[in-house]
Design a protein around this ligand. Structure first.
Ligand code: SF4
Ligand code: SF4
Length: 195
């Protein structure tokens, strides 16, 4: 009987590429630093996007997934439009958040909680609900800052920039069907990636 050759474990780079929709172009990064120089959150990040990509190539999975960098990405896409190599930086940041949650490696639960609450509002109503999002976040993670945040919230209410109650889009049924299909596609892509 022919012995079965052991399969080589996939590198972190391959895992991130497989977990990102479409062609992430991550391996095309030339380390020019344009992304970090463009990023409004770079100062708060443990590592700039450029450093994160170098660490992914160096197979430093644990350090990347424990870093706060993906969680400080505000999805402005500025880096993505400026990258000379057209690397899908923002999408990769989403992939890293997802991987950090799955691996339970990011220990500060505030950012994942905020992200999960945001997703649940969008899934249920078709849009975010800032008042609920902020209230839950402050009550759970920063109760001492609630009073200051409430003052800002009142100003937003008075200027009509925030609603007291969540609003639903008209076609939530269709939205749920789209999300259900997207989740099924994601699950089958994961199965293919593992196989
Ligand atoms: S801008 Fe693009 S090519 Fe330059 S470091 Fe960032 S990801 Fe790499
Ligand atoms: S999309 Fe994220 S990583 Fe890119 S510039 Fe904006 S905040 Fe920074």
């Amino acid at each position: 009987m022919t012995p079965i050759a052991p399969t080589k474990p996939r590198s972190f780079l391959e895992q991130v590429e497989a977990g990102t929709p479409g062609d992430s172009r991550l391996s095309m990064c030339i380390q020019c630093g344009t992304c970090g120089g463009s990023c409004p959150s770079a100062e708060d990040m443990d590592y700039s996007p450029r450093q994160i990509f170098a660490m992914i190539r160096a197979d430093m999975k644990d350090r990347v997934l424990r870093s706060n960098s993906p969680w400080y990405c505000v999805s402005c896409y500025y880096c993505t439009i400026r990258c000379p190599q057209e690397v899908h930086i923002t999408d990769i940041m989403y992939t890293l958040k997802h991987m950090a949650i799955e691996a339970d490696l990011y220990r500060d639960s505030a950012a994942p909680d905020l992200s999960n609450t945001f997703v649940s509002y969008v899934e249920n109503n078709g849009r975010s609900f800032e008042f609920g999002l902020a209230t839950r976040h402050y009550l759970k993670h920063q109760p001492l800052n609630l009073v200051g945040a409430a003052a800002m919230g009142l100003e937003m209410f008075s200027k009509g920039r925030m609603d007291w109650r969540p609003e639903k889009i008209k076609q939530t049924k269709q939205l749920r069907a789209i999300l259900k299909r997207a989740k099924a596609i994601e699950a089958s892509q994961k199965m293919e990636a593992v196989a």
